[in-house]
Ligand binder design. Structure first.
Ligand code: PLP
Length: 392
């Protein structure tokens, strides 16, 4: 008997509704509704990145080479040389449809169904589904809210999470959602663990350019033989809709990744690849001013909610269980925030251990609107928001 038309077993649990289930109700409410639930920016991108600003050339809207536009590949190599003092062989880079596309093709390339990926939590909400769409399993390891706590032993926690099916360890620092930046000591623990168990390291670099202080040498740079670095223009240059990212890693696996890229989406949007190439080389001032604006927004948001300021990225993440509006549960808290005009992400989207938490993106709206959103939110949180161990 042929199978009836149906959604595959693998994809049955995937939903597009990861960021807020309150959206439909929010749309019908009068008054301002501040969308702090999705990671985005209010800033207009650097003008030189726009396709209409590019020098007139032919074939701008034809297919690009699968690996990427030559000008973008060259700009990526130039920036890697400048920022990390490393010469990337050109065969070790693949341009992708954002970092999301990069992680998806990497998951297809290095995972088999039934494999496991240890995902340091709390995490960027899409990573779990990317792993699940491959028929693999994300093993969540609460980490960013615990590292630095004297009672937390990261080596032991990692050893408890590993199994015969573990193929990779996913790490995102600066972290979405906590804004935490792992220090050199923590990164070395992760590298030692990956080497001991012969695992891939997936180094998600989405916010590498948005750290508010100096960054340690990145994870991928410490173990290049087993690392895949996932990079994107979305966050640094405020062009999430352009869908331009890239992956780099050891040449042998990059050949396979380019093969998978060919059969999934072929190439990333060509005009935007050319624009991002210009941004990587010439938009340093734009990036500096974005980082400065986000740092100020982060400070204002953290202060108003009574939280320590984050070290990078574009988010705050906090436990609401002890807040005036959170005592009746997270759903009620998110509902009351929505009624006050602010949409937040439920913490469970970032990991099972974070049911009572909420995520706020402080870069999504301009500073004057953010001030208003924070005024509306503060009474719901006053004095009770916590950042730290859920069961401390
Ligand atoms: C940690 C992290 N990785 C990857 C991505 C995906 O970025 P892109 O827009 O390049 O697909 C995001 C987007 O929010 C993110 O926060």
């Amino acid at each position: 008997m042929p199978r009836a038309p149906a959604v595959s077993e693998t994809c049955r649990t995937l939903s597009h509704d990861v960021y807020s289930s309150l959206l439909a109700r929010a749309r019908s409410r009068p008054g301002p509704m501040y969308p702090l639930h999705v990671g985005d920016t209010y800033r207009e991108p650097w003008p030189g990145l726009r396709p209409e600003s590019l020098p007139p050339t032919s074939r701008l809207y034809n297919y690009a080479p699968v690996r990427g536009e030559p000008t973008l590949l060259e700009a990526i190599r130039e920036r890697t040389r400048r920022d990390y003092d490393l010469e990337l062989p050109s065969e070790s880079v693949q341009v992708t449809i954002g970092a999301t596309g990069g992680l998806s093709v990497a998951a297809q390339t290095v995972l088999d169904p039934g494999d496991e990926v240890i995902v340091l939590a709390p995490y960027w909400p899409l990573i779990r589904g990317i792993v699940a769409a491959r028929g693999a399993r994300a093993v969540e390891l609460p980490f960013f809210d615990r590292i630095g706590d004297r009672t937390f032993d990261p080596e032991r926690a990692l050893e408890e999470a590993v199994s015969e099916r573990t193929a990779a360890l996913y790490v995102n620092t600066p972290n979405n959602p906590t804004g935490h930046v792992l220090d050199a000591g923590a990164l070395e623990v992760l590298v030692r663990f990956a080497r001991k168990h012969d695992l891939w390291l997936w180094s998600d670099e989405a916010y590498a350019a948005l750290a508010f202080g100096p960054l340690p040498l990145p994870l991928w740079r410490r173990a290049p033989e087993r690392s895949l670095a996932f990079c994107t223009a979305s966050k640094s240059y405020g062009v999430a809709g352009a869908r331009v990212g890239w992956v780099h890693g050891p040449e042998a696996v990059m050949r396979a990744i380019s093969g998978v890229q060919t059969f999934s989406t072929y190439c990333a949007p060509r005009p935007l690849q050319r624009g991002v190439a210009q941004a990587l080389l010439h938009a340093g001032e734009w990036l500096d001013s974005a980082r400065q604006a986000y740092r100020l927004a982060a400070g204002a948001a953290a202060e108003s909610l009574g939280l320590p300021p984050p070290s990078g990225g574009t988010f705050l993440f906090f436990d609401v269980s002890a807040t005036p509006a959170g005592r009746d549960g997270i759903e009620r808290f998110l509902e009351r925030a929505m009624e006050a005009g602010v949409l937040l992400t439920p913490g469970a989207a970032c990991g099972q251990a974070y049911e009572s938490w909420a995520r706020l993106c402080y870069s999504a709206i301009p500073p004057d609107e953010l001030d208003d959103a924070l005024l509306r939110l503060a009474p719901l949180v006053s004095g009770g928001a916590q950042l730290g161990l859920p069961e401390r």
